[in-house]
Structure formats: structure tokens, C-alpha cells
Design a protein around this ligand. Structure first.
Ligand SMILES: Cc1cc2nc3c(=O)[nH]c(=O)nc-3n(C[C@H](O)[C@H](O)[C@H](O)COP(=O)(O)O)c2cc1C
Length: 226
């Protein structure tokens, strides 16, 4: 690998420009996080700052929101993964907070809503191992127990680590007879610079894929040793 563009004539030294973007939402899946309020009613919030490390989920939350407050007091959540066709219902939740009064720092137009499931036209269904409900319309629902909630270096966000204790998958996205999700059937909702997308066509699969026959892409050729 060379880091010197002058030695690599195929890299155009004028191809990039330094910019200062307001956000870095470079395309991550959307999740609907359900938590329990103090009075036992559920709260529901769309998020896109999340990733999985084995069965551990790492989630980034605004520190002043109701979801962060609930997790500090009642450390359980369900991370519900909507499919791309649910984007309009997700967007209905965007201007809502479960916190009353609306905290400072929320964007203009943000308002309190006690019944977020109703506001989004989504159905709450009971979980097995945790208190917060699942979102019935989401094909993947991950019940989790929260292990850590810590402030980031700015104090504006909290970083949540949560252990997945139960996975629910809609039958249509499971490879029949297995515990594998079929990547050709599962179509996550992707949030990219504040726009919603589904997946494009499959380009290929990892050498570690457990479902190679279910996609339409191919495996990359072995690197040449010549
Ligand atoms: C698609 C989408 C992705 C979002 N991603 C996040 C996120 O990763 N973390 C976060 O704290 N808020 C995120 N938000 C904003 C929250 O949903 C919003 O602050 C909401 O008011 C939180 O509700 P709560 O105060 O009831 O927890 C996102 C909103 C949308 C629509």
C-alpha cells in the first residue's frame, strides 16, 4: 500500500476537498428503541447510531432524551429493526419526545407525545425476558439488558452497551430450518445523511457467509499471489 499520491498516478490529488459537515450519518440501519417510562408506559424512539459486536449492542443517544433517562433508571430496552418500507412510520416519530417538558436542546418543533406507538401507527407486543414491548411490525426484535450507560466526552450524548438476551425474527427473513437471517429477504431501513434508503442490489458476500446460496452476488476471487 502506498500513502503517497505522488507515487500513484491513478490517484487524482485534486479528487477530495476538506469539508466541515454538520452530521456524519454515513448510512447505518435505523432501529426503534422501546424503553419503559417511570409509570410503566412504553416510550419509543428512532435511532441510527448503533452497531453490534457479537451479541453486544452499542447505541449512541442524546443525553437529555427520555430514552437515555429511562435506561439510566430501568436498564432494559428492545431494539426493533424496521424494514425499509416502514420509513414513513419511523419519520412520524422524528419530532416527538417522551420527555415532558421538552428538554432544552431538542430541535425546534419537537413536542411531547405520551403514546408514541399510537402516533406512529405501530403495535406494542409483549417481550419475553424484558419489560419494554416489542414493535410487532419490525421483522427483527432484539430484547436487551443494558450493562453500561456512560457520558461521552462532550456530555451531550450517552453511550449505551446492552447485551442481547433474546432475538425474534419474522419467519419470512429466516432461512427455513436454520437460525440464519436470509440476507436476500431482510431489507433494513438505512439512514444516510438524513435520507431513508433500502438496500441496493447485492454485490457479493463474505468468505464467512453462512448463507452463500441465498444471495445473488458472488464471492470475490482469491487474491492473486503472483
Ligand atoms: C432516523 C432517525 C435516526 C435518529 N438517530 C438517533 C440516534 O442515533 N440517537 C439519538 O439520540 N437520537 C436519534 N434520533 C433522534 C431521536 O429519535 C429524537 O431525539 C427523539 O426525540 C428521542 O425521543 P425520546 O426523547 O423520547 O427518547 C434519530 C431520529 C431519526 C428520525
Amino acid at each position: 500500500m502506498t500513502t503517497d499520491t505522488h507515487r500513484n498516478p491513478s490517484v487524482d490529488p485534486g479528487s477530495h476537498r476538506e469539508i466541515e459537515p454538520r452530521v456524519l450519518y454515513f448510512g447505518t440501519p435505523v432501529a426503534l428503541v422501546s424503553t419503559l417510562n417511570e409509570d410503566g408506559t412504553p416510550n419509543l424512539a428512532p435511532i441510527s447510531s448503533l452497531w453490534a459486536l457479537g451479541m453486544l449492542l452499542v447505541v449512541g443517544l442524546g443525553a437529555t432524551g427520555q430514552t437515555a433517562r429511562n435506561l439510566e433508571e430501568r436498564p432494559e430496552m428492545v431494539v426493533n429493526m424496521p424494514s425499509a418500507d416502514l420509513w414513513e412510520r419511523v419519520e412520524r416519530l422524528a419530532p416527538l419526545t417522551g420527555r415532558d417538558p421538552v428538554p432544552e436542546g431538542k430541535p425546534p418543533g419537537c413536542r411531547f407525545e405520551a403514546d408514541k406507538f399510537g402516533a406512529a401507527g405501530l403495535t406494542a407486543t409483549g417481550s419475553v425476558l424484558v419489560g419494554p414491548p416489542r414493535v410487532a411490525q419490525c421483522p427483527l426484535q432484539l430484547e436487551t439488558k443494558v450493562r453500561h450507560v456512560r457520558a461521552d466526552d462532550s456530555g451531550e450524548h450517552v453511550i449505551v452497551e446492552a447485551r442481547v438476551v433474546r432475538v425474534h425474527a419474522e419467519k419470512g427473513v429466516i432461512v427455513p430450518g436454520t437460525h440464519h437471517i436470509d440476507p436476500a429477504s431482510w431489507n433494513p431501513l438505512i439512514y444516510s445523511f438524513r435520507h431513508y434508503f433500502g438496500l441496493g442490489v447485492e454485490r457479493g458476500y463474505s468468505h464467512r457467509s453462512q448463507t452463500p446460496t441465498h444471495g445473488v452476488g458472488g464471492r470475490a476471487p482469491e487474491p492473486s499471489r503472483a
